[in-house]
Ligand binder design. Sequence first.
Ligand SMILES: [Cu+2]
Length: 114
Amino acid sequence: MKTIVKITILAIWTIVFTSNTNAQTQIVKKKTETNKVSGKCEMCKARIEKAAKIDGVTKAEWDKKDKTLTVTFDPAKTNMDAIGKKVAAAGHDNDKENATDKVYAKLPGCCQYR
Ligand SMILES: [Cu+2]
């Protein structure tokens, strides 16, 4: 009888421990980081956020006043370097990479921040 009780307790403990570990893994999966991104207006905001939303990114928000892009992403799928590259390719200088003169020249006049 005592053995059965011990096994039952062990089984319950194992289930609780295992599910708890899974829950922790899910939380660790997402990461939020910021990147300084140059820009001027609402059009820039839309362009920057669209460019930042690559595979693995769940949230991207650019603050016009602080010039800060806050991104929430899955670190197993992407990173800030890859996101910064995409934003630069859309015409916006940032901490990770600057836009080329060619891409920058194509931005609408109201968006020329340099
Ligand atoms: Cu703009």
